[in-house]
Write a protein that binds this ligand. Sequence first.
Ligand code: ADP
Length: 363
Amino acid sequence: NKGIAVFTSGGDAQGMNSAVRAVVRMGIYVGAKVYFIKEGYQGMVDGGDNIVEANWSSVSGIIHKGGTIIGSSRCKEFRERAGRLKAAKNLILLGISNLVVIGGDGSLTGANLFRQDWPELVAELASKGDITPEQAIKFSHLNIVGMVGSIDNDFCGTDMTIGTDSALHRIIEAVDAIAATAYSHQRTFIMEVMGRHCGYLAVVTALTTEADYVFYPENPPPVDWPEKICKKLSQERESGQRLNIIIVSEGAIDREGNPITAEMIREVVVTNLKQDTRITVLGHVQRGGSPSAFDRVLGCRMGAEAVMAVLEATPETEACVVSLDGNQAVRLPLMACVEKTQAVAKAMADKQWELAVQLRGRS
Ligand code: ADP
């Protein structure tokens, strides 16, 4: 009777509830005891009411909800060994040595570190008498299975992260709505979308909304972008178009690595073309609302696969992340994916954009 705990950590994303639901139900179905850890690593460190056993109905009526019903947080204490020691004690006392983590690369890195520390943490708890020698033997190994919840689609190894598709739905609805008013008043709109160092949301938005120009971090524009964008916008107006839409990723940069902001673009357009130009920053609306059908199914499939991975794990099995490859849920080595994702961030910081795109692969 395995004890499995599921938690969500870092930035929330639509579809996390679907994944939590699948872990709980699949876990119960295969005869495991499934626990929620509320508020991510903070709940694991604090213990008490934050770690509760889940039952079949505790995940009823959540698949359509955005965010995560079990809460998420950023936890400083877990970054320190002392915090991880407290977390290990809380888990072992409840008979838990299998963790399913749903979060971004930070959360998955933390989980892997915890797994590496685990034998030492267990030995220390046993030597202090916090756990019995029997518990130290029974829970000598920690299994970790990860799933990536992030609206940015910024993780290497999976075609889509949980939440990206829903965020795109939200963004596209907003751009369509703004295009209608822009058309009426012959305005130019600059829409800022999320994505940190990943331009996926910006590029897909631009493609699917017929935007006139897009700025995103992996492909900084040439130094003469102000002339180029003005030429493009005026061509469109001259050919009868009544509006212009420009998409800018929050992480957009120039070739020197300096930010290109919506305000800078507005300045260029207003100064040179005198167009009535407005900025809309979509912000947290992108994380809100109900998950799309795709994200609900993705969460279900990944959650079910995560439980299978936990069941089949042995002390020799590496921590894995459940990913989408084509239309298949697959298991990949967690740390290799995290390292590749961090290598992308480094390549971006080093202005090696082609390398970053190459490393990121299909996602
Ligand atoms: P995300 O998972 O969305 O990338 P963060 O990077 O903020 O979000 O990580 C979420 C939490 O995971 C952190 O608040 C911390 O508790 C834990 N974490 C992240 N990186 C580490 C690390 N290197 N060591 C231990 N814990 C970590």
